[in-house]
Design a protein around this ligand. Structure first.
Ligand code: URA
Ligand code: SF4
Length: 204
């Protein structure tokens, strides 16, 4: 089924409270159908830094909060090492509903399709309008697709200052899930922390 995307569900007046209230009604793509619940962004509305991940995972889908599973624990550790307080940043995802495939009783995460990333984009745009972060940390290729375009390559351009289409400063890095799964964990964790430190330095 083709849908027009989230635009018609996104409130353009009011603040984050209106956004959070409207989010559960979104039918901008098909992902709401099988998910337990929508998972909206979290953190102070006046954060100077916004971090954007991919999509809620199994834990986030069940608990209704961003980055509460294994990727979230790793992110917490990395933020801590980079001197960032998680409660000071706004954390969200490029796609707000969990995408998965069933394998027996397990639900296996599936990368959102380009059409779903596009469909969900109006929510991210509205979050950027409201929070107005001075810097955006783009974590992984799905967030990069959403915010930096389809030709952006995280592996080549990670850890340096880039710009979103609106000129807002950003730093791209890997997704914390990729670090969790890495067979070169120490190296990849340290590089992830380095990218976060670069983001802190750019904030000034
Ligand atoms: N991965 C994400 O991208 N976001 C979450 O909230 C959890 C895991
Ligand atoms: Fe709406 Fe995004 Fe959920 Fe799709 S994934 S239904 S666009 S909130």
């Amino acid at each position: 089924m083709r849908t027009a995307g989230a635009e018609q569900w996104v409130p353009h007046d009011g603040g984050m409270r209106r956004v959070r209230a409207a989010l559960p009604d979104c039918r901008g793509c098909d992902l709401w159908k099988d998910a337990t619940q929508v998972v909206g962004g979290e953190g102070p509305v006046r954060s100077r830094m916004m971090l954007v991940g991919e999509t809620p995972g199994d834990h986030e889908d069940k608990e209704g909060h961003v980055f509460v599973g294994p990727a979230g624990r790793l992110l917490d550790k990395a933020l801590d090492e980079a001197g960032i307080d998680r409660t000071d940043v706004y954390l969200t995802n490029a796609v707000k509903h969990f995408r998965f495939e069933r394998e027996g009783k397990r639900r296996i995460h599936k990368t959102p399709a380009a059409s779903q990333i596009t469909a969900c984009h109006p929510w991210l745009t509205r979050e950027l309008e409201i929070v107005k972060p001075s810097l955006v940390v783009v974590m992984g290729s799905v967030a990069a697709k959403a915010l930096l375009g389809s030709s952006f390559r995280v592996t080549q351009e990670r850890g340096k200052r880039v710009e979103l289409a609106d000129g807002r400063p950003a730093v791209a890095t890997v997704h914390p899930s990729a670090v969790v799964r890495s067979d070169q964990f120490r190296r990849d964790f340290d590089q992830f922390v380095d990218d976060l430190r670069t983001a802190v330095a750019l904030l000034g």
